[in-house]
Design a binder for this molecule. Structure first.
Ligand code: NAD
Length: 328
């Protein structure tokens, strides 16, 4: 909408065409979207948005408490009812994500296909590391990491066969940066980042895009963390459009981590320092003292780089060996 553009749009039919094009909504008609943990919080916001834009949605939720105890079909049922009341298409599934194949089966049985999978279900078992039990650890890995694995593996062959698929995995700031009391959760969430990044590479040639989301939202999981007066600013429905865009057929993005909340979105990347040689000749060994002396240079991030695949990352060592060999 620069000056020349505005002047040239004098003909009203041209003007209308431009406006129509700008306002054309991104739709999901004919698409089947599976959202895990869609009985509340973020998952519910995703399910409502996808359904509102024409998708057929599988609303999965086990309906347990925030620590993973119990189950209740009403969690998923209520959201399905809300979608249907608004004229949308949805079915409920009450399985735990650890039985992910049943969730995908619900999509196939009811809608005949699956196009989008949002791995969102989650629980917390926060505990200082000194007090963390085996079950605190295991349950968190099962729900977050194994759950995403099970649903995704079940959907994968369908995505490959139809040469189309969109996957979202849900990480967290704790997974990226670490957080007190969340060693179990942070490990699972960081695991999901590695999972996503690998799928983004394996799926690319089949038009399967896998991206990771790092949200912050007022939900029952963050009740004690995000103060009530901030809940309006951190509404889950402010995050849903970011997830929906990443899952749309027009979106080319694949293998990124997007942090978003409060109507703001950012991209995360791995960054590494330029680094330093720890020896000057191929025939030399590396001494502990050299490592000590070079530490400042090793850890200096001023000339950092951002490798995006394993060849770029490991290529650096081949380059270093070549330089040592040629003596410069
Ligand atoms: P939420 O508790 O409102 O929603 C999670 C839903 O998942 C619940 O409805 C729950 O019943 C369901 N669920 C739990 N275990 C399940 C299982 N085994 N099978 C099926 N469903 C199950 O919490 P939320 O804040 O909306 O969290 C959604 C996701 O976002 C989680 O993965 C969470 O770790 C992640 N996350 C949330 C925040 C935040 O600030 N809220 C921050 C980072 C990451």
């Amino acid at each position: 909408s620069n000056q020349s553009n505005r002047i040239s749009v004098s003909d009203s039919s041209v003007s209308r065409a431009v406006t129509d094009n700008m306002n054309r909504l991104l739709r999901f008609d004919g698409r089947v979207v599976v959202v895990t943990g869609a009985g509340g919080g973020l998952g519910k916001a995703y399910a409502l948005l996808f359904a509102g834009r024409g998708a057929s949605v599988v609303v999965n939720d086990l309906g347990g408490n925030p620590h993973g105890d119990g189950k209740d079909a009403r969690a998923a049922d209520k959201v399905v009812e809300e979608i249907r009341n608004q004229g949308g298409k949805a079915v409920a599934n009450y399985d735990s994500v650890t039985n992910g194949e049943n969730i995908i089966k619900t999509a196939l049985d009811n809608f005949g296909r699956v196009d989008v999978l949002v791995n969102n279900a989650g629980i917390l078992r926060d505990r200082s590391f000194a007090k963390m039990t085996d079950s605190d650890w295991d349950l968190i890995q099962q729900v977050h990491l194994q759950g995403a694995f099970k649903t995704t593996r079940a959907a994968w062959e369908h995505f490959r066969n139809q040469k189309y698929g969109r996957i979202i995995n849900t990480a967290s700031t704790a997974g990226v940066l670490g957080n007190f009391g969340q060693a179990n959760y942070a490990a699972a969430k960081a695991g999901l980042i590695g999972f996503s990044n690998t799928l983004s590479k394996e799926g690319a040639k089949f038009n399967i895009h896998t991206n990771t989301i790092v949200p912050v939202a007022g939900s029952r999981l963050t009740e004690g963390i995000i103060p009530p007066d901030l809940h309006a600013g951190f509404r889950p429905d402010l995050i849903a459009p970011v997830v929906a865009w990443l899952c749309h057929e027009n979106c080319d993005e694949n293998g990124v981590i997007i942090e978003t909340a409060a109507g703001y979105a950012m991209k995360y990347v791995w960054e590494r320092s330029k680094g330093a040689f720890l020896r000057t000749k191929l025939t030399e060994d590396v001494e502990i003292e050299t490592v000590r002396d070079k530490w400042g240079e090793i850890a200096d991030m001023t000339e950092s780089e951002r490798p995006t695949n394993i060849n770029e990352a490991i290529g650096k060592f081949a380059e270093a060996l070549e330089k040592l060999e040629s003596g410069n």
